[in-house]
Design a protein. Structure first.
Length: 287
């Protein structure tokens, strides 16, 4: 797995900390830390002899390229989200029909968990893009979280018909074709989790909501969540962590990415979209 050594507000120290935690927790994990030469000293200084064969430091400026070139199975970065998304889109390519891949986060709720997307990739989507995101979120919930027929809701300011801005008002007719589109939902539905399994919104609103909920859970002792999101719609496993991620957050993001790869999640998501023949992708394992 490739990890962006300089990704994050406190890199490279926090990335090294997260990498060490991850390899200690997972004996079968091997990491490639990608960064400039001046950052490698911190890595080697922190490594114990028994761990050095499982962590490789590679000079470079793009961890995504390691996946594109077949040297890694997944990429994890806490760097600038826009840079990571653009790099992944260009280096790995998107699935047919996906122009602007969304970031999907899994949030704990009062009744279980919920998929929220987009949480920061596309801040100004059009109606077509948001409809694609809703479908990707439903496929993710089915393939990864074993929800056979996920209920999909559109986040807005009220549940009455016509609520919301121009984009939100245009969406119900575009989402009506989803097997279990349940209509409009509000912010409290994201917390309770009783109305929907997947909630779709634009990346601006989703990012604000995600950070507010995470801060509230942290301060008030709420449920723990993986502080990382997966980029859906690209041909590979790409996980994005917060820029302010801690070592524990980075370790969690790495574990999350490893689990997605081991479960062949990307291929499983595409399989769940098999009713649309233009979406085809075969995930390849790189040993």
């Amino acid at each position: 797995m490739a990890v962006d050594l300089l990704g994050g507000d406190h890199a490279p120290a926090v990335v090294v900390d997260g990498a060490l935690r991850a390899v200690q927790d997972d004996p079968s994990l091997h990491l490639i830390l990608v960064g400039p030469a001046e950052a490698t000293d911190a890595v080697f200084a922190a490594l114990e002899p028994a761990q050095r064969h499982r962590i490789t430091v590679v000079l470079g400026d793009s961890a995504v390229r390691a996946v594109a070139e077949g040297r890694a199975d997944a990429v994890v970065s806490a760097g600038d989200t826009a840079v990571t998304v653009v790099s992944a889109t260009r280096a790995l390519g998107c699935w047919p029909g996906v122009r602007r891949p969304p970031l999907a986060a899994v949030l704990p709720t009062a009744t279980g968990h919920l998929v929220l997307l987009d949480v920061g990739s596309t801040v100004d989507p059009d109606a077509e893009t948001l409809a694609v995101h809703a479908r990707l979120g439903a496929a993710y919930a089915t393939a990864v979280h074993d929800v056979p027929e996920p209920r999909v809701g559109l986040l807005t300011i009220g549940t009455e018909p016509g609520k919301g801005d121009r984009l939100r008002r245009a969406m119900p007719r575009r989402l009506a074709g989803l097997p279990r589109y349940i209509g409009l939902v509000e912010g409290h539905d994201v917390v309770l989790g009783e109305a929907a399994d997947v909630v779709v919104t634009d990346g601006f609103t989703g990012n604000v909501l995600l950070k507010a909920l995470e801060a509230s859970y942290s301060r008030l002792g709420g449920p723990e969540s993986t502080r990382a999101a997966v980029l859906l719609g690209v041909k590979g496993v790409v996980v994005v962590c917060h820029g302010a991620a801690t070592g524990a957050d980075l370790a969690g993001g790495i574990a999350f990415a490893a689990d997605l790869h081991r479960r062949a999640a990307i291929a499983a998501i595409v399989t769940s979209l098999s009713d649309n023949p233009v979406l085809t992708y075969n995930e390849v394992s790189h040993d």
